[in-house]
Design a protein around this ligand. Structure first.
Ligand code: ZN
Length: 449
């Protein structure tokens, strides 16, 4: 190649790069005006990876490489991870209401109710109570401190109808599960950043990443740790009801559980990947810098056949409630710990004092009880975890105590008795059932006709 031709080519290349750079600035005026010029360290980021069990997360030692992003974060200086963290509620609404207010489930009362009066075992219809306006939420706290407050959720429950988004300036949530997973979630986060009003304000950002929640995406070919599988959803035939109702042959049951385990693990992996994409986007927008406060947890787990159960929301076994809690501030996290400690970590960058007790509550579900001819979904229950043992109460089976996984009937536990009374009262409808929330949950796929 002649020297002249090389110079011409080099010149053309430089001109091309210049045009590209100019186009980028021109195409992306939103970011130019709304992203800070330098990385801001005052962002507070609270992430819930919905439906992620601690024991199916590689950051907590699971043999499948489901959570490489969490592992990378956990290995960074200043980060602490608790793998014996317990969600305070049994499904999205009660746990998020606790995380946003710092209150235990019977204190805020946002959950499904045992309808039908005082007799909690005889409920006849499902009702749901949204988060009331009595207590300040994290978003209201940060808004009062001058933060821009943004919520982007792949889970439709984190929306206005549930009361969970009170205090957020910008709220993004889909109408149904499965709409905003993976790249779609990233795009929604980008839209939320573009909608920001000022690059001079600090940001409080809440993300609910729901890729591990049903409907589970198909597992593609080519992964060396999980076989390719079709996707799976609640609405597919009567799989769930047949399994729970004991109307499934043993071979069919084990096939379903193997399938479920694979698509669930792939869902956890996708949730972790979506988190990574969100972190990259926030870095590009200069919204993560040294000093940024980051807290990550889950709102509940998922039964994958243990104890004959599937799904989440109504039983307080380890598959339903044991999650992880991670933070880059607040020092070492003790275990067991209530994931409700996330409230203090997010608000103050420190563990709350005193630490919340490691407790959870769950309530019945009338429609699902009908599915299983009253076998499941009929009880109100409460649990408390200590370092060596667990205490469990339900209105059907009374009190039990012992090492996790080996409980036996026991006398009432005086420490938990007050909480149990509060849970029982909280399960009684007060005439304030919210039809809008019920309709929204039904549209999202949460309720069954
Ligand atoms: Zn959830």
């Amino acid at each position: 190649m002649s020297q002249t031709r090389s110079i011409v080519l080099a010149g053309a290349l430089l001109l091309g790069l210049g045009v590209l750079a100019w186009q980028k600035a021109w195409i992306d005026p939103v970011r130019h005006f709304k992203a800070p010029d330098e990385p801001r360290g005052d962002t507070v980021l609270f992430v819930v990876l919905d439906t992620v069990r601690a024991d199916h997360s590689s950051v907590c030692g699971y043999e499948r490489p489901t959570t490489p992003t969490l592992q990378r974060l956990a290995g960074k200086e200043g980060w602490s991870t608790a793998c014996r963290a317990y969600a305070p509620g049994s499904w999205t609404l009660p746990s998020h209401a606790s995380y946003f207010t710092g209150l235990e489930v019977p204190e805020h009362g946002a959950h499904s109710l045992a309808a039908g009066g005082e007799d909690l075992g005889q409920n006849t219809s499902e009702q749901v109570r949204p988060l009331g306006s009595e207590s300040q939420t994290l978003a209201e706290h940060f808004a009062a401190q001058g933060y821009e407050t943004v919520s982007v959720s792949g889970n439709p429950v984190v929306s206005a109808a549930s009361g969970l988004t009170r205090g957020f300036d910008e709220v993004r949530a889909p109408g149904r599960f499965g709409s905003w997973y993976g790249a779609d979630f990233r795009q929604q986060l980008q839209h939320a950043l573009e909608a920001g009003t000022s690059k001079d304000k600090p940001l409080f950002l809440f993300l609910n990443i729901a890729d591990a929640h049903v409907p589970w995406a198909p597992v593609p070919e080519g992964l060396d740790w999980v076989p390719a599988r079709p996707g799976l959803d609640w609405g597919q035939g009567t799989l769930w009801a047949d399994f729970l109702g004991g109307r499934m042959a043993p071979a069919e049951r084990s096939d379903l559980l193997a399938h479920l385990g694979d698509v669930y693990d792939y869902g956890v992996h996708r949730a972790d990947g979506t988190l990574d994409e969100a972190l990259v986007l926030l870095q590009e927008w200069n919204r993560l810098g040294p000093g940024s406060r980051i807290v990550i947890t889950s709102d509940h787990g998922e039964y994958l056949g243990e104890d004959g159960l599937l799904d989440h929301g109504h039983y307080l076994g380890e598959p339903n409630n044991q999650v992880f809690l991670m933070s880059n501030q607040g020092g070492p996290l003790p275990e067991p710990i209530s994931a409700l400690a996330a409230y203090g970590l997010v608000r103050d960058g420190a563990l709350p004092e005193p630490l919340p007790k490691v407790r959870a509550a769950a309530f019945p579900h009338a429609q699902r009880s009908e599915w299983t001819e009253g076998k499941w979904f009929t009880r109100t229950s409460a649990a408390e975890w200590h370092s060596e043992e667990k205490v469990l109460w339900s209105d059907e089976e009374g009190w039990a105590k012992g090492p996790v996984g080996d409980l036996s009937a026991s006398a009432p536990d005086p420490d938990l008795a007050e909480y149990v009374n509060a849970v029982r009262s909280s399960g009684i409808p007060r005439g304030d059932v919210d039809a809008d929330l019920f309709d929204a949950l039904k549209a999202a796929g949460y309720m069954d006709d």
